[in-house]
Design a protein around this ligand. Structure first.
Ligand code: PMP
Length: 312
């Protein structure tokens, strides 16, 4: 296969059947392998869309500057897109977030500005807005920009519909909520049950905000573009459950996933065990490789050793 450039590789990711999960025989679970995007995550799709739309609408010009608060994957997607359009990128990222993601953003040409970890994404967002004023920069604002869910309506949701004739249940984690909102709004009118997954420490299910080790998902306030009518159920997953499935898929299926994928799989298993047959689809946003410095291997091994399937 010969490809024109790296951008031609964004999207059209494989959908893998997960065959070793503890689910009833009649239930099939599929994972969309978003780690196969060239920047390594589901957010390559978003980076490209945010920059293309901003240029098309005249909000950004070649040679301009973009500033965005990001935990990393969106920053990597934006860095790829900014390179394509000759745009300078500054990302604002809480200090202790994955070093791999920060290093990759930087390698792709972004300037990474760190904010104190204890101020969370809120602190990064506030700092990015402040910086943007001084730099005269464009801020895509993935957390409120309607192009975020629209990205996934146009690409990911269509790919799922091309691959499967029926999707009974869809599960995805919410960080900005863009992936879930875009896919859920497309699938729900077709009769699909739509399920959000969040870590303990996220507020969607009415819980208190707090720290969690599962990275990429979890919110401090309800995302503005996430209509409540898109959401049929919310599963709040412990870090241990998420890491357990990181280990399970690595050891049983040779599949390397990050902890947000692990949380999504945990929710799929819970839902599957309330069904006798049907098709479940989830998103695997990125790979375990992105979290080696965060100790994902140790966390996963620990959760795997301490657990049995029946515990959850
Ligand atoms: N998982 C990972 C690893 C992510 O980086 C993100 C984006 N922060 C998500 C899940 C959630 O995606 P979204 O922002 O579309 O809700």
């Amino acid at each position: 296969m010969i490809v024109r450039d790296v951008y031609a590789l964004i999207g059209d990711t494989p959908l893998i059947e997960l065959r070793t999960l503890p689910v009833p025989n009649g239930v099939k679970v599929y994972g969309k392998m978003e780690m196969m995007n060239p920047g390594g995550s589901v957010k390559d799709r978003l980076g490209l869309k945010l920059i293309e739309q901003a240029i098309e609408r005249g909000q950004l010009e070649r040679g301009g500057t973009v500033i965005e608060p990001t935990a990393g994957n969106t920053g990597i997607g934006l860095a790829l897109a900014c390179q394509r359009y000759g745009v300078r990128l500054i990302t604002v990222t809480p200090e202790k977030f994955s070093q791999e993601k920060q290093a990759l953003m930087s390698l792709l040409g972004a300037t990474v500005v760190n904010t104190p970890t204890e101020l969370g994404m809120k602190g990064a967002i506030a700092h990015a807005k402040e910086l943007a004023k001084h730099e005269g920069a464009y801020v895509p604002e993935q957390f409120s920009n309607p192009d975020n869910p629209a990205t996934y309506v146009d690409t990911l949701a269509q790919e799922l519909l091309d691959d499967l004739s029926q999707i009974d249940l869809f599960v995805a984690g919410a960080g900005s909520g863009g992936t879930f909102a875009g896919v859920a709004q497309t699938l729900k009118p077709l009769g699909t049950k739509t399920v959000i997954v969040e870590p303990v420490g996220s507020i969607l299910n009415g819980g208190e905000p707090g720290p969690h080790k599962t990275e990429g998902i979890g919110v401090e306030k309800w995302p503005p573009f996430l209509e409540r009518s898109y959401v049929d159920a919310i599963h709040t997953i412990t870090d241990d459950e998420a890491f357990y499935y990181v280990a399970h898929l690595a050891k049983q299926e040779g599949l390397l996933i990050g902890s947000s994928s692990g949380a999504a799989i945990a929710a799929c298993v819970k839902e599957a065990n309330q069904m006798t047959e049907g098709t479940i689809v989830t998103i695997l946003p990125d790979s375990a490789e992105r979290y080696l410095s965060q100790g994902i291997v140790k966390e996963a091994e620990h959760a795997y050793k301490d657990s049995t399937h029946s515990r959850w």
